[in-house]
Design a protein around this ligand. Structure first.
Ligand code: HDE
Length: 689
């Protein structure tokens, strides 16, 4: 009954191109790097069987040298990532807003590569840490590569790129002992926060459940900065870019996240890979918020300030196309590690704004590739090559692959007939009028640090607010300096008195005297779009652990599992051991997991199959109580095929459920109500217990 993952050989125009560089070894003879057939690959060349290795063993030296150098520097930020190929398709021509070719023709599929990442951790750190997630999209358009290098949160910690090295030094492990890994719960991060109050809004996001995505396919993406769309007439408008997941925006809970770090550090990466492999292709709608240039100063915030979002209720998000990820990489290093993003990789019809954070990023991304990828030719790596031809006078450098013909490598030239020549249809920067004195200052319009932090807080449900208070309390619980803890409480009193008092109570700090969110609350209002409670709810892509043991009710389980699959749920069988599990009647199943290799944190919900002998065997399994208890504590749906089993097993697990808990279901006709309960994601009414 268990579904075997199918290979989905989906190709995009880009992956077709990558085939020129792809090598399969099936049935091939082993060779050295120069193509010499190798006769023996286990023993180094020695003077006598017990003698020393000989210098002339070129095969050994080549093999070892390559191995010695097979690591490159990890990304200074966003080191841990997972990527996939796919395509983008526009819904309608966007000619009135932009010249960008990939936004003109709804029948055109533009190949993309997307890399998701955590920010602070090293390449080997766990996926499920409290952190911002990178959401970087490379569109391989016919007019060159366009990189939308965004995050899963719409704002950032700082306003000016000048402060980025300081901020990253503060959040990364502390330099004297390199502790802690992939966490902001330490003194230097919070010390930075209180001394740089522009962080307030983003810290609210980072302390919210947005930092704990259930799946990369269940998180929003944002371009963060204000960009420009420019049409063929040269008319420019300000724009913010959004990715809206079709599965909705959903998060894990903190206790689950911490356990997953040990049980499955690859949780998000595995989910992305397995979903694509099984043909459950993650999808996002591409959205834009557009602002006329004359409306630039219409709002109570500066649209160039990257610590501010444009509330969707004020500037609606227009959905303009869809992104689908449908193909995994063939080689992690060649594709996901070597891909090089850069916010300055633009196409015609898209331009920057003067956001000082964006402006600084335009320097950093090429610069960082020079040390990470070893020189200026990184755009020649197969994954980075554009789909369109490249012609210019740049030459040489480390690892140059292109063989440029002819004597002329300069512009203007006569001997090559002036080629390659600039063309009238080339990229033109928007002709914005700028004037001002040379200065190192921040605009006064950037100095309100709390209004939108308060807007975010005001927009949260009570459950989400509770999680934010707990997150601050956890983080500050790891801060050693008591004065610093107090300073954080005092700072966030500017956002909300309730928030500050909640944290203070948990960490033994004094509640601030003027705990009324003075700087924001009253004037900030709320934006319902910011609460994850208002997101799309669907059972699709949810993993359900179906607990079975010998003698389970085969026919009823088969019918239930079919119903779940029809709803897009992924059921997996967990049993007391691996191998075939015999049913009492009807079809047998193959266990996907034993209790040794599975835990409830790896699933979205739990379903206990019926059958007397099966339930007896499960009840005798020590892990069962943990399984149910954790699923319950993590607010997940739990279904029992038979009502009598529900009472018995819940009691065994020590679960005291409230009457009418919508996430606990049992008995005949379980299918559809259980599917609905899974779609709900979590059952927060248990929060009160
Ligand atoms: Fe990045 N960032 N960043 N960043 N960033 C990098 O580039 C940087 C910022 C983002 O999957 C680095 O190739 C500066 C905002 C993503 O390969 C580096 C500033 C946003 C990724 C760099 C920022 C991002 C990076 C490290 C402040 C959301 C991963 C490796 C001025 C809009 C891309 C690399 C991937 C990676 C610099 C702020 C997103 C060092 C200087 C804001 C998703 O160049």
């Amino acid at each position: 009954m268990s579904e075997q993952p199918k290979r989905h050989p989906n190709e995009t125009a880009k992956t077709e191109r990558l085939k020129d560089f792809t090598v399969d070894n099936d049935g091939q003879k082993l060779t050295t790097n120069t193509g010499l057939h190798v006769a023996e690959d286990e023993h180094s060349l020695k003077a006598g069987v017990r003698g020393p290795t000989l210098m002339e063993d070129f095969h050994f030296r080549e093999k070892m040298t390559h191995f010695d150098h097979e690591r490159i520097p990890e990304r200074i930020v966003h080191a841990r990532g997972a990527g996939a190929h796919g395509y983008f398709q526009a819904y309608e021509p966007l000619t009135e807003l932009t010249e960008a070719g990939f936004l003109q023709d709804p029948s055109k599929q533009t190949p993309v590569f997307v890399r998701f990442s955590t920010v602070a951790g090293s390449r080997g750190s766990a996926d499920t840490v409290r952190d911002v997630r990178g959401f970087a999209v490379k569109f391989y358009t016919e007019e060159g590569n366009f990189d939308l290098v965004g995050n899963n949160m719409p704002v950032f910690f700082i306003q000016d790129a000048m402060k980025f090295p300081d901020f990253i030094h503060a959040v990364k492990p502390e330099p004297h002992n390199e502790i802690p890994q992939a966490q902001s719960a330490h003194d230097t991060f919070w010390d930075f926060v209180v001394h740089n109050t522009e962080t307030a809004h983003m810290v609210m996001w980072a302390m919210s459940d947005r930092s704990l995505p259930r799946s990369y396919a269940m998180m929003e993406g944002f371009g963060v900065h204000t960009f420009r769309l420019v049409n063929a007439e040269g008319k420019a408008r300000f724009v913010k870019f959004h990715w809206k997941p079709l599965l909705g925006t959903h998060s894990l809970v903190w206790d689950e996240v911490q356990k997953l770090g040990g049980k499955d550090p690859d949780f998000n990466r595995r989910d992305l890979h397995d979903s694509i492999e099984a043909g459950r292709c993650p999808e996002w709608e591409f959205g834009i918020q557009v602002l006329e240039e004359e409306d630039e100063f219409k709002f109570g915030f500066d649209i160039l300030d990257p610590t501010k979002l444009w509330p969707e209720e004020l500037v609606p998000v227009r959905k303009i196309g869809k992104l689908t990820l449908n193909r995994n990489t063939d080689n992690y290093f060649a594709e996901t590690e070597q891909i090089a993003f850069h916010p300055g990789h633009l196409v015609k019809g898209i331009d920057f704004s003067n956001d000082p954070l964006l402006q600084g990023r335009l320097f950093s991304y090429t610069d960082t590739q020079l040390s990470r990828l070893g020189g200026p030719n990184f755009n020649e790596l197969p994954i980075n090559r554009p789909m369109c031809p490249v012609h210019n006078n740049q030459r040489d450098g480390m690892h140059r692959m292109t063989i440029n013909r002819g004597p002329a490598a300069y512009h203007k030239n006569g001997i090559a007939g002036g080629s390659p020549h600039p063309s009238a249809d080339g990229y033109k920067h928007h002709q914005e009028k700028v004037e001002g004195h040379v200065t190192r200052e921040r605009s006064d319009s950037f100095k309100d640090h709390y209004s939108q932090a308060a807007l975010f807080w005001n927009s949260m449900s009570d459950v989400e607010k509770g999680h934010i208070v707990s997150a601050f309390s956890f983080e500050l619980g790891h801060v050693k300096d008591k004065a610093l803890r107090q300073a954080v409480v005092d700072m966030f009193a500017n956002v909300s008195g309730e928030l500050a008092a909640g944290i203070a109570a948990n960490i033994g700090a004094a509640s601030p005297a003027e705990a009324d969110g003075a700087a924001g609350k009253s004037k900030s209002g709320a934006s319902p779009a910011l609460s994850m409670m208002n997101t799309v709810k669907t059972p699709k892509g949810r993993k359900v652990a179906v607990l079975v043991a010998g003698g389970f009710d085969g026919a009823a389980t088969d019918a239930l599992v079919r119903e779940l699959r029809a709803a897009g749920i992924v059921p997996e069988f967990c049993s007391t051991r691996l191998g075939p599990i015999k049913s009492g009647s009807g079809a047998d199943v193959e266990a996907d997991h034993s209790f040794l290799t599975s835990d409830s944190v790896l699933f979205d919900a739990v379903l206990v199959a019926g059958g007397k002998a099966s339930v007896e065997a499960l009840a005798a399994e020590p892990k069962l109580a943990d399984f149910l208890k954790e699923a319950f504590r993590h607010f997940k749906a739990i279904g029992f095929a038979r009502t009598e089993d529900a009472e018995r097993l819940l009691a065994l697990a020590g679960i005291k459920a409230q009457a009418g808990d919508p996430g606990l279901l049992a008995g005949d006709g379980l299918g559809q109500p259980f599917i609905q309960a899974v779609a709900e994601h979590r059952h927060w009414t248990r929060q009160a217990q």
